[in-house]
Ligand binder design. Structure first.
Ligand SMILES: [Zn+2]
Length: 247
């Protein structure tokens, strides 16, 4: 397929240059901006290198006419899923849509099927490795496939047909337990408040500057940490706010 390469500027806000830790998933997104173009979204990501407004990017953006732009090489991390560990092992695809129900135009859809099949082939993945952003963090993304899970099944089966793979009947493959290794969390230079919940409604403790502890991954964009209660040998588990401490 025809892919236009327009790589982003190296920057912690869109393209850190960090290497991927293998490719195990493809995460599909909608751009969440009706009628916007692939190039416009690509330029928005690139503008973050100077505006520093937020950190965001994806490897690919598929446009309203089915055009495909590569923003980040597949062997580098992109900031698309809201989870550091997922970003390190996945390829992110942003998809343009004409209106706010989020359904993709036929040419966009066809490119998405083709690109996903191509990535699956190259990394030995099945269609069960293709997931929605919603499946990572619960975000309403890509909206049309969150609200129409049967259409998501149909999409995955269109990719399966292209690959000559078995079709599927459910939107999300059953989880077989996590084999994610426990990570480390290293606090920055300021005290980090720890909450009981990802909604940050109940404070249960804090991490000192530069304190290190175990981290079990990122949930709803909050790192889950197990930290020592000051002056004891007991631990508590809670959620930090700063995601930059996850190692
Ligand atoms: Zn998304």
């Amino acid at each position: 397929m025809n892919i236009e390469e327009r790589l982003l500027t190296i920057s912690h806000y869109c393209r850190s240059g960090e290497r991927q830790n293998g490719i195990q998933k493809i995460v599909v997104h909608w751009v969440g901006n009706a009628g916007s173009s692939a190039l416009g979204n690509r330029n928005y990501f690139n503008s973050l290198a100077t505006s520093h407004k937020t950190s965001a990017s994806s490897h690919y953006i598929i446009g309203l006419n089915g055009e495909v732009i590569r923003c980040i090489p597949e062997n580098e991390v992109a900031f698309h899923s809201g989870s550091y560990s997922m970003n390190r092992k996945s390829i992110g695809i942003e998809t343009c849509h004409p209106d706010w129900n989020g359904k993709f135009a036929d040419s966009t859809y066809n490119s998405l099927v083709e690109l996903c099949a191509d990535i699956c082939r190259r990394y030995n993945l099945t269609v069960n490795h293709i997931i929605r952003h919603y499946d990572v963090t619960g975000k309403d993304c890509p909206r049309y496939y969150v609200q129409n899970p049967n259409e998501w099944v149909k999409f995955k089966n269109d990719v399966a047909k292209k690959l000559g793979q078995a079709t599927v009947s459910v939107a999300v493959e059953e989880m077989k337990g996590s084999d994610e290794p426990v990570k480390r969390y290293k606090n920055g230079s300021t005290k980090e408040t720890i909450y009981a919940d990802t909604g940050l409604t109940k404070v249960i403790g804090s991490l000192s500057p530069y304190e290190e502890c175990d981290c079990f991954g990122i949930f709803n964009n909050r790192p889950m940490v197990r930290y020592k209660i000051d002056g004891t040998s007991n631990y508590k588990i809670g959620f930090a706010v700063w995601t930059g401490g996850v190692r």
